[in-house]
Design a protein around this ligand. Structure first.
Ligand code: MN
Length: 284
């Protein structure tokens, strides 16, 4: 059975003590199995307190982040690559301390619009650095997920095929493809082919609407996507992700171009998404 997850940005825009409690308790109350915790600044997370809250509420956790312009392993500048390596090492450490077994997201580049295509040297840096990260993660029992995002959020991975090529070059068993319906809607030909192409390499799925608001109110063919996941016997996490200016982390929401409110009521959104996901899984 798939774990159903909820991204913490549905509830909070930071990870202060109050925010962590609110996000974890609210996610458990809404009936989810897992919370995805964004860790843009991994060292700032109070891991002991968060781990305790997770245990008290019976929730599993995954962690996610995107790299930064000054800490980017796809750069050709050795100092910036080193910054990216340190950020990823810190993210892995935080994931382990939280008791999580999944670290995903845009781990291969800055989360942002690049002014030019990825260079050959930049790609070689990505392969080398992710191979190193995957080795450390394997020792800690953590799976590394490479989230395929649209062209405005990275120039490294925009399609599942590109992710599979990169993973083949990295050559580590604990690196998986992380697909997101919002990004697939922009870059892929349909919602079934990428799922089939990934096969057992698909390890994590984000569910987001075409406008990142309420599920079922946009243009995404969720029937096709969930049908493909079922046909393949996908058993990994399925996490709902949505962003509104009602809940704002200034850096993340700006990088994601959240310029308008798609919802105001976090609890209503979370309950609606849970019911929607349950229906899709039952139908798939
Ligand atoms: Mn996503």
């Amino acid at each position: 059975m798939n774990q159903l997850g909820l991204h913490a940005a549905v509830w909070v825009g930071d990870w202060s003590a109050d925010s962590a409690r609110k996000a974890i308790e609210s996610t458990a109350r809404a009936g989810y199995d897992l919370i995805e915790i964004p860790i843009p600044d991994p060292a700032a997370i109070d891991t002991a307190r968060t781990a305790r809250l997770l245990a008290d509420n019976g929730l599993a956790a995954g962690c996610s982040l995107g790299l930064r312009w000054d800490a980017d392993i796809s750069s050709t500048d050795p100092d910036i690559v080193r910054g990216g390596r340190q950020l990823l090492a810190s993210a892995l450490d935080t994931t382990v301390r939280l008791g999580g077994d999944y670290l995903g997201g845009v781990l291969f580049s800055t989360l942002g619009k690049y002014p030019a295509p990825l260079t050959e040297l930049g790609r070689a840096n990505v392969v080398r650095e992710l191979a190193g990260l995957a080795g450390d993660a394997a020792d800690a029992g953590v799976t590394i997920g490479l989230e395929v995002v649209n062209r405005y959020e990275s120039n490294v991975l925009n399609t599942a095929e590109q992710a599979l090529e990169l993973i083949a070059d990295i050559g580590a068993d604990n690196v998986v493809v992380h697909l997101d319906s919002y990004h697939m809607n922009i870059e892929e030909a349909d919602f079934a082919t990428p799922v089939a192409s990934c096969g057992d390499r698909l390890g994590y799925v984000h569910i987001g609407e075409s406008h990142r608001g309420y599920l079922g109110t946009g243009t995404i063919d969720f029937g096709q996507l969930f049908g493909a996941l079922a046909a393949q016997g996908y058993g990994g996490p399925i996490t709902f992700e949505s962003f509104s200016s009602a809940v704002v982390h200034p850096e993340l929401s700006n990088n994601l171009a959240v310029w308008r409110n798609l919802w105001e009521d976090s609890a209503d959104l979370a309950a609606h998404a849970k019911a929607f996901l349950d229906r899709q899984l039952a139908a798939g």
